[in-house]
Design a protein around this ligand. Sequence first.
Ligand SMILES: [Zn+2]
Ligand SMILES: [Zn+2]
Length: 462
Amino acid sequence: MAASAAAEPLRVALTFDDSLKDHLLIAAPMLEERGWRGTFSIVTDWVGKDDSHLTWDDVRELVNRGHEIATHTKSHQNLVSLLQKGQEAEVRRELLESTDRIAAETGFAPRFMVSPFGRKNETTARLCRECGLRQAEVPRHNFGSNNCDRAAAVVEDLRKKGVERADILHHGVSAADHGGWCSFADRESFRRHLDALAELERKGEIVVTDYDGMASSCALKSQVWPRHGVLSLSFDDANFGQWEAALPLFAKYDARTTFFVIGTNRLDFMRKALAAGHEIGIHGLNHRDAPATGSERDENWFWKVDIAPQLAALGEAGIPVRSYAYPNCRRTDRTDALFFSHGIPRVRGLGAPFPPSPNPHDPKGEKLDKWRPVATADGFFLPAADFLRARLVPNVIMGENYHTDIEDIMRAIARAGERGEALFIVSHGISPDAKGISMKTEWLERMLSAANGLGVLVRGIR
Ligand SMILES: [Zn+2]
Ligand SMILES: [Zn+2]
């Protein structure tokens, strides 16, 4: 036992598959009593299908109580079989439609895909990345009436083998049998199973976290935090070489961003960024100023010359686009409506309803008196729960021309973590000696490292 006592605890996620009503009524309160949160894997077509399944109100309730939601796809098909039949587009649909539905219904974008029947491979992993998801890869151990007193033995076995992370999986947790999956015989045996896990945690043999906690270095803390904050990062224009050079830095901290690209030339970079889990947004074919162009000609003309050709080229290349960043942040309600009506659900810009930027563009230092700390500029923070609901999001710009005070930015990230808020930051290039409107690599690394330590998720605009 001496050897195992010295070893790191096994990190476990307690997962609940197939959108069952028991999960809210029985499992969630029992987890909460013990200070844990669960990972609930939702099949979106099954939500609300009958009394034994969760409704969307129930799923929202789980989110609001701090639990993690994963997608278990739209209709619970065997994804590997679909691929064998050449139906890659169908797999993509299973992933994207379920993710979008969960995000739209709950405001929480699932970050992990738990594959139905455990059937997955390299191709399903790649499709997940292209849809902004990670495929859950941790080995799963299903518990039910046939092994309800085996948790301690299973954990001991895993630790002997040197396993670091495991998924403790459940389906039904009461007497009802749900579609042939092994359920617990009654809720008392489920309670005994959780008590055994709590004892293992007390002895330091396991740490109960969730998928996000297993994936990040903050696993030991994640269980006591009701809600993570979000740092939404995006980078604009056409700084492809610098962005490509920064991809390993983002990967090091499991951070993702949105690259808002001008033009259609660097499809190779866009594919590479997508494969690494980032998002591609559009910034116009020629970076035209949307309101000015709209008043000179009309908005349809602006759409036709600057947006439609870029969207068409990216669409043809299979690059999904869900957001637009306004050049120079200039927008109006009318231009917002133009994007929404053409199926781009999210835009990033400034102007009412947002307060004046805390960091005015000021290359000569003339407006220094207007500068105020980002960390106290309430209008640039949203409750994290609204992160995905907002169709229009603001941004703080970083770069020497904007008088970036990195200590202030660090305080702003800490605030997002403490209060469970989303903070939106944008810059342009990324390089060690960045001047003007670009991000210094050293700043970026400090931000990513702090966010990682605080449990603040770093994501793009989506
Ligand atoms: Zn399932
Ligand atoms: Zn720009």
